[in-house]
Design a protein around this ligand. Sequence first.
Ligand code: AMP
Length: 111
Amino acid sequence: MTIFTKIINGEIPADIVYEDKHCLAFRDVSRQAPTHVLLIPRKPIESLDHLTPDDSVLMGHLLMTVPEVAKTLGISDGYRTVINTGEHGGQSVFHLHIHILAGRNLTWPPG
Ligand code: AMP
């Protein structure tokens, strides 16, 4: 079980900013921008590499929820979404999540 499942189960606290039947979003404890939120499915999928065709609707919902979360947070100047996958992708928690970063001019390319 990852730390994100514990957040879903309410076993550890999180600053939840959005939730529905299929997903929730909460503030990252180590924020990399003035606004930094993680959007996760309630289903404990390890990473993009672990998706199955059964997850298509859920993943569509997750992406469709990103602008909802941005609106909820009052983000008006754009944002960056990031999904880290595996070791070289920089993934550290093995429960699929979308980073939503905003509130400063984010540079490209990423580090
Ligand atoms: P990643 O490196 O893409 O797997 O992202 C994992 C993110 O989870 C990191 O940005 C961490 O700061 C964040 N994180 C880890 N534990 C917690 C927690 N308990 N509450 C909120 N964010 C967390």
